[in-house]
Design a binder for this molecule. Structure first.
Ligand code: DUC
Ligand code: ZN
Ligand code: ZN
Length: 460
């Protein structure tokens, strides 16, 4: 199969020009002006932006969590991602405390393999670091293509590791040329506040928010950065939401240490006033919670200051019936919200469209930096000769709105119902195949490939 894309405005993290792209098989073969190769498919991209396929490095598909499972499986989740221009996701394998990393990987593969429509990879969440786990790290990096190790500083009893384990893990991961990534909130403090609010009979979703104040995140982010500095291990903070946590990173970078930051589209666009809607606020119960308007401003500024490298989603959808598990107790509401489909269009409309970020920054945040940080660049994350032909044709003027009635995620509400956007994904190619064509998905489950990632030798 060959494809010739004519006259598009090709935008990467560092360039912006009108040219043609010739694709043969899965890769980009030639980029240039007025190409006249014969091709099986010719696409006229005049007036359209041509972006690298989006990479969402933070999703949870078909994940057992809080007594239920996230409602998008690998098929529905990766298909919805493709509709929104995200051609690759990185999901999380969660080690069960007391068990091996390998057994968790096998369990996750039994759900993901042959079921994905778009490309995928895994981070490994280490929830029990001990002498046995330590021996598995090298195998994960060298044989399984997993070079990033997730840790939780919260969710005690199920996922959280203590600082002793964190430092041990960092030393081993540094040795194997990987990166430690973290859910950085102070679990003990949160557990105290949850128990206190419940004892006082404060049980609505608002108290989920009030149980995780900004300090719980800034303290843990600073502590994580200090441990990463001490061990010399590259660190990455997932879903950073607020000014205090970003300032902790700002301090760390003055020591010239490698600590990278991901925020998520919801923290840039939604705020904590949504928790005042009584139980409807459960739609946005996630951890960390939505923050204040001032935090949104800090995050947009952090993107432009180079302190925030990635905009992801932490996509972890639950149907309303599942959210109702916490009707009488906010601590039982499954944490997470649906966004995998809307990240690229929301970031464009709210970011580029409203003059907050440039087009090049948009590409960096939605694709290139994730590819670089997680060992996939330049195969993924850019438009270049030799790269996978993961490409979005984007109409910057198309107006549309978000609704549960039209989205493709397997969830019965939208967290962005009625939002009006300017800019729409029209066509998506994944490894040279047209995967989305005017709103129709044209590839089947099983087309999505597991992408093995490299050691992290030359990050950013
Ligand atoms: N936060 C969520 O909201 N959901 C999944 C896991 C997490 O850390
Ligand atoms: Zn998290
Ligand atoms: Zn998450």
């Amino acid at each position: 199969m060959s494809v010739l894309i004519k006259n598009g405005r090709i935008i990467t993290a560092s360039s912006d020009n009108v040219a043609d792209i010739f694709i043969d098989g899965e890769q980009i073969k030639v980029i240039g002006e007025n190409l006249d190769f014969e091709a099986d498919t010719i696409i006229d991209a005049s007036g359209l932006f041509v972006f690298p396929g989006g990479i969402d490095p933070h999703v949870h598909l078909d994940m057992p969590f809080m007594g239920t499972s996230s409602s998008d499986n690998y098929e529905t989740g990766t298909r919805a991602a493709l509709h929104g221009g995200t051609t690759m996701v990185i999901d999380f394998v969660l080690q069960k405390q007391g068990n091996s990393l390998q057994s968790a990987l096998e369990e996750w593969r039994s759900r993901s393999d042959n079921n994905c429509v778009g490309d995928y990879s895994f981070h490994m969440a280490v929830t029990d670091f001990n002498e046995n786990t330590k021996k598995e790290i090298q195998h994960m990096v060298e044989k399984e293509g997993i070079s990033s190790f997730k840790t939780f500083m919260a969710y005690k009893g199920a996922l959280m590791i203590d600082d002793r384990q964190m430092v041990g893990l960092m030393q081993e991961v540094k040795k194997q040329k990987g990166m430690v990534i973290v859910h950085a909130t102070n679990g003990d403090m949160i557990d105290y506040l949850v128990a206190k609010h419940k004892a006082e009979g404060k049980l609505s979703p608002l108290y989920h928010y009030l149980s995780q104040p900004e300090v719980t995140e800034s303290e843990a982010s600073g502590r994580f950065a200090d441990m990463a500095n001490y061990t010399g291990c590259p660190g990455y903070i997932v879903h950073l939401t607020c000014e205090g946590a970003l300032n902790a990173v700002r301090n760390a970078t003055s020591r010239n240490q490698k600590v990278f930051v991901e925020t998520c589209i919801q923290y840039l666009t939604l705020d904590s006033s949504l928790y005042e809607k009584d139980f409807e606020g459960a739609k946005w119960v996630m951890s960390p919670p939505l923050r204040e308007k001032k935090d949104q401003e800090t995050l947009w500024a952090g993107i432009n200051q180079g302190l925030v490298e990635v905009v992801a989603t932490d996509h972890c959808p639950f149907n309303w019936e599942q959210k109702l598990m916490g009707k009488n107790d906010f601590s039982k509401i499954p944490n997470g919200h649906p966004a995998i489909e809307h990240r690229m269009e929301l970031l464009y409309s709210e970011g580029v469209g409203k003059g907050k970020i440039s087009l090049n920054k948009y590409v960096e945040m939605s694709s290139t930096n994730a590819a670089k940080l997680f060992g996939m660049f330049p195969r993924k994350g850019t438009i270049a000769v030799g790269s996978d032909a993961d490409i979005i044709l984007f109409n910057p003027n198309a107006k549309h709105s978000i609704s549960v009635d039209t989205h493709h995620m397997n969830v019965d509400y939208s967290a962005y119902e009625g939002w009006k956007l300017t800019g729409k994904v029209e066509t998506v190619l994944l490894r040279g195949q047209v995967a989305i064509d005017n709103g129709e998905c044209t590839v089947k489950k099983g087309y999505g490939k597991y992408i093995k990632r490299s050691k992290l030798t030359g990050i950013l």
